[in-house]
Design a protein around this ligand. Sequence first.
Ligand SMILES: C[S@@+](CC[C@H](N)C(=O)[O-])C[C@H]1O[C@@H](n2cnc3c(N)ncnc32)[C@H](O)[C@@H]1O
Length: 441
Amino acid sequence: MAILFTLSSSAFLPPLKPITPFSSLVKSRTLLVKRSIFISSSLQQSTEPAVSLQTFWKWLGDQGVVLKKSPARPGVVPEGLGLIAERDIAKNEVVLEIPKKLWINPDAVAASDIGSVCSGLKPWVSVALFLIREKLKEDSTWRPYLDILPESTNSTIYWSEEELAELQGSQLLRTTLGAKEFLQREFLKVEEEVLVPHKELFPSPVTLDDFMWAFGILRSRAFSRLRGQNLVLIPLADLINHSPDITTEDYAYEIKGGGLFSRDILFSLRSPISVKAGEQVLIQYDLNKSNAELALDYGFIERKSARNVYTLTLQISESDPFFGDKLDIAETNGLGETAEFDIVLGSALPPAMLPYLRLVALGGADAFLLESIFRNTIWGHLEMPISRANEELICRVVQDACKSALSGYHTTIEEQQCFLHKLYARGYLKENPHTGFRMKS
Ligand SMILES: C[S@@+](CC[C@H](N)C(=O)[O-])C[C@H]1O[C@@H](n2cnc3c(N)ncnc32)[C@H](O)[C@@H]1O
């Protein structure tokens, strides 16, 4: 019986969900600890934020996107940049509308100079190359937007080795290292297939750092799950920050219009709650992401314990003499050779976890249950203990796996809490009016 403790692979790519950041390099660690936490730091704009913002706002005005009466405009906020209400905004009121001509998505790439060489690429890779190329071009028409994008985000993929050492033992560390390796592989591939053969289109050398920058931008700011759109960057809309207190993801944004004249298509963002003039307009990014996913995608985490998920990966070993029967039973019940279960402290175990564990451990005197005559009823049996031997085996294996996983940590929970308290006592943490505590730079 093999028990693997790994992070779910869905923690990085493809599902690029709604998003948006922007930061500049100020090598200051920020730590918000009340409603959300910046776990690392270094937000930095490529130019002075206020100047860049003004240029960006004017650029949007020139495109006819924003008007004097726009309900919200960009501003500097504790989370970097954000959208600030110019007047009171009602719940569900439209805050901004961005026409398709300003969306950066695979269609925009296809219509660009690099479209012909990007057609076979994964959508996110093509958009990443587009962003990098425009960023390296002095005279890019996207310059005002590019200048408000951060040089890096707080995502753990940008953490230094010393910072990553703080994550020792955690699944987040494994996912982060996995994501970095994945990015390296993707970069080598794109270098060989696109960048080197088409140097005329990419005159300035594109580096792995550039590629990681673009990945972080997309990961933290691209919207997905929109009608017909798998991945789209929407300038201005991507300035909206996340609030842990907003508990609905519904209707915050949608695509309007379309039909015959696709130029009329708009991305429309509504405020999910009423907002007073001068306050930030905020949305809920994703109710289903764990803190590890939030940390990897956006560089912050929440204090809600429901976000603290440990993903237990279980597997039916190929060397198991009953491998075929077990796999058949697992597949009949919507599972497979490996199965991942998200465990949340204080919540019930995922319903299929114990039956799957019992199935994986099944053998000896209990093996008769694997016979085909029990095929339709076995799952019902597995929902209750099968035998003392089977139950003891799963307890022992899970205990051993937990001990082994915990031994990876170099500090105890108490030591970590003590560390945070010391930071607070020494004044390194200060209260943030919007999102909690933030570490002083
Ligand atoms: C979609 S962007 C929003 C705009 C971004 N604040 C900026 O300066 O460009 C998402 C990023 O904003 C920051 N952010 C958004 N909501 C946050 C929150 N509640 N706490 C901390 N950081 C947040 C994170 O850096 C995240 O990666």
